[in-house]
Write a protein that binds this ligand. Structure first.
Ligand SMILES: Cc1cc2nc3c(=O)[nH]c(=O)nc-3n(C[C@H](O)[C@H](O)[C@H](O)COP(=O)(O)OP(=O)(O)OC[C@H]3O[C@@H](n4cnc5c(N)ncnc54)[C@H](O)[C@@H]3O)c2cc1C
Length: 450
């Protein structure tokens, strides 16, 4: 076999398409939160996304429950993500338990468990029913589009970030690949919301690498959910035997491998759990796509035959984006540890939060590159800490905080690292988002990894 070496890429001129105050790369929950927040605070914003839609894992990845939003019964993650929830609800595309059902007993559990609205961090039976939101992926895309349009953001889909433009240790913009060739997008602040730290890592920011299970999420159609739930509750032993066999076929899943969605008869399946794949390697991702599909086909054939309620079910589709949970992680001004998350360590510069853990502003700031900041699942945390603190709502809240920080830096003519965290906290509160600067009083429930 011919030994392949490197090829020389000739230098070339790249057309500069637009210059904005802020360039956000990645239109997932963190990127949309960042773009909307920066624009609402007066910045001109360009948002770049490689796919034809917004949402990242929350739409293309078909991850269809918003969790990690409450500490016990108190909703702690608020702001733009709650706007998304209420807008989707108004369209009939989001479902969550009303306040009177958020308690711990078998009646409410039976009603809400298959919506995924239970607190899996609490090791009791039944688990408490809490505020968690089942939503529709197209609803997420639609509402994200509305928020982006209303905020006057220059959205550029089908734009795949490839290179940062860095001069004298400061980022000046990015280059992306498009059908029209390479395009330069310039900005005074760049926000990396790619989830894989594509921008910051290539700009020279210190980072580490983690890995976790990979999942091809999928949806099944024409499931008689009423019949399936009745069977589960009325024939628990038979149900458990079939469910165990189904889980063996799919090869790894959470306790409930299928959950209801707002669309009748359509369920989403947060499985299989596939190990040993590197979420950045083309070879691994290609193999994982085949592995996931194979397992799904076998599971569907099994449940059609064996699981009451699933007789007529069919594979509605697999997620457009394979579910990668962890790849590159920033090593920023502060690295959040598992102890910080588990012990709910509070920081003077906390600017956003999850259910009851706190994110310091320093964990969003690269050490080595100016004008660059990050939001989302690649934030500065150890791999163990990230596993416990990377759900959709906290990622969106991180984006919101970073959008505020970018606008404040531009208004004050200061470096991102010199923005006063107290000013970010004040502005977050003003726009309805709890920055987590005051720790919750009832922080007493142990946190487990999802
Ligand atoms: C299988 C699975 C199940 C999960 N279950 C839950 C759950 O039940 N509830 C929950 O709340 N969370 C869950 N999570 C976690 C959660 O989905 C993610 O951590 C979160 O959505 C990450 O948001 P993000 O904005 O940081 O990244 P993403 O959602 O991944 O968004 C990144 C965006 O950047 C774009 N992008 C990436 N690279 C480039 C590039 N080079 N150029 C241009 N654009 C680019 C992507 O296309 C994407 O739109 C789950 C995750 C997985 C994988």
């Amino acid at each position: 076999m011919t030994e392949l070496k490197t090829v020389h890429e000739a230098a070339r001129e790249v057309p500069a398409i637009v210059k904005s105050d802020v360039v956000v790369v990645g239109g997932g929950s963190a990127g949309v939160g960042a773009a909307v927040s920066a624009a609402r605070n007066g910045a001109s914003v360009t948002l770049l996304e490689r796919y034809p839609h917004l949402g990242g894992m929350a739409s293309g990845g078909m991850v269809l429950v918003l969790d990690d939003m409450v500490n016990g019964q108190e909703i702690t993650v608020t702001g733009i993500v709650m706007e998304m929830v209420e807008r989707m609800k108004a369209l009939g595309l989001a479902v969550y338990p009303p306040e009177e059902d958020r308690k711990t007993n078998w009646d409410v559990y039976r009603k809400w468990a298959r919506w995924g609205a239970f607190d899996f961090h609490v090791p009791s039976q039944p688990e408490p029913i809490i505020f968690a939101v089942a939503f529709d992926p197209d609803g997420w895309k639609r509402v994200s589009n509305n928020l982006i349009q209303e905020a006057g953001i220059n959205l550029r889909l089908h734009s795949w970030f490839s290179e940062p433009i860095v001069e004298d240790g400061a980022i000046k913009g990015v280059i992306c690949e498009t059908k029209m060739g390479r395009q330069a997008i310039l900005g005074d602040v760049v926000i990396d919301a790619t989830g894989d730290l594509d921008v910051a890592s290539r700009a020279g920011a210190a980072h580490g690498t983690g890995a976790y299970i990979v999942t091809t999420v999928f949806r099944l159609g024409d499931v008689d959910t009423e019949k399936a739930e009745a069977f589960e509750w009325e024939h628990p032993d038979e149900f458990k035997a079939i469910d165990r066999a189904a889980k063996r076929i799919i090869g790894g899943s959470w306790a409930r491998w299928w959950l209801k969605t707002p669309l009748p008869g359509i369920v989403w399946c947060n499985c299989p759990h596939m190990t040993g794949y590197d979420g950045m390697s083309v070879e691994h991702l290609t193999a994982a796509e085949f592995d996931g599909r194979g397992r799904i086909e076998r599971l569907v054939a099994f449940v059609q035959k064996n699981l009451p309620g699933f007789e007529n079910s069919y594979l509605l589709g697999t997620a457009e984006q394979i579910g990668v949970r962890q790849t590159r992680l920033l090593e920023g001004e502060y690295v959040v540890t598992k102890d910080d998350v588990v012990n709910r360590v509070h920081f003077p510069d906390t600017v956003c939060r999850g259910r009851d853990y706190y994110t310091p502003y320093r964990a969003l700031l690269p050490r080595d590159v100016e004008n660059l900041i990050v939001a989302g699942r690649h934030y500065s945390a150890t791999p163990e800490a990230q596993r416990m603190s990377r759900e959709i709502p906290p990622c969106m809240l991180q984006g919101e905080a970073v959008g505020v920080a970018a606008a404040l830096a531009l208004q004050g003519g200061v470096r991102l690292r010199d923005v006063d965290p107290a000013a970010i906290q004040r502005q977050m509160r003003k726009q309805g988002a709890d920055p987590g600067d005051i720790p919750s009083a009832n922080a007493n429930v142990p946190i487990a990894a999802e």
